[in-house]
Design a protein around this ligand. Structure first.
Ligand code: GTP
Ligand code: MG
Length: 173
């Protein structure tokens, strides 16, 4: 049946953050449209996608915001975080530096976002298993220490993308 006149119970804003090229835009493409592209271009400014889903008999509109990891292309920080109730902090499991930078992204998040924001640490690109430089254990330990949810994903293989977003949305709710 049609959901044209669907009543929305809640709109949840979730922001994607993390270094350039970790796969933020492709995680979003996978979650919102079930698409993936290997020649994804760096994001400039801000983009967002929405997906409406049912959680606990409520219609939730997830509004997922995506900006550039590269400083020079980024959105205005305060505007980007305003009203966000969830965050996906993404690193690339094959690029150690992107994991080392997670602390910086957390600082920014804690300076600009609501203190009750739900944060999911996401280790993306698990399909590149031979190139891995960040172990699951290291990341899990870090997440526990910082009180973050944690999941490893592959946007390419569509592994854990849905659970990662759904966990954040369910925790917000
Ligand atoms: P910025 O917009 O610059 O901040 O980068 P981003 O974090 O949005 O990265 P993007 O999604 O554009 O992906 C960067 C590159 O990694 C692209 O070539 C993607 O195809 C690739 N990529 C993204 N996710 C995965 C994944 O799960 N596995 C593999 N193998 N490649 C991926
Ligand atoms: Mg991007």
């Amino acid at each position: 049946h049609s959901n044209f006149n669907q009543k929305i119970d809640y709109v949840f804003k979730v922001v994607l953050i993390g270094d350039s090229a970790v796969g933020k835009s492709q995680l979003l493409a996978r979650f919102s449209r079930n698409e993936f592209s290997l020649d994804s271009k760096a994001t400039i400014g801000v983009e967002f996608q929405t997906r409406t889903l049912l959680i606990d008999h409520k219609t939730i509109k997830a509004q997922i915001w995506d900006t550039a990891g590269q400083e020079r292309y980024r959105a205005v920080t305060s505007a980007y975080y305003r009203g966000a109730v969830g965050a996906m902090l993404v690193y690339d499991v094959t690029k150690r530096q992107t994991f080392d930078h997670v602390t910086r992204w957390l600082e920014e998040l804690r300076a600009h976002a609501d203190k009750n924001i739900v944060i999911m640490l996401v280790g993306n690109k698990t399909d590149l298993s031979t190139l891995r430089t960040v172990t699951t254990e290291d990341a899990k330990e870090f997440a526990q220490r910082e009180n973050l949810f944690f999941m490893e994903t592959s946007a390419l293989e569509a592994i854990n993308v849905e659970p990662a977003f759904l966990t954040v949305l369910t925790e917000i709710y």
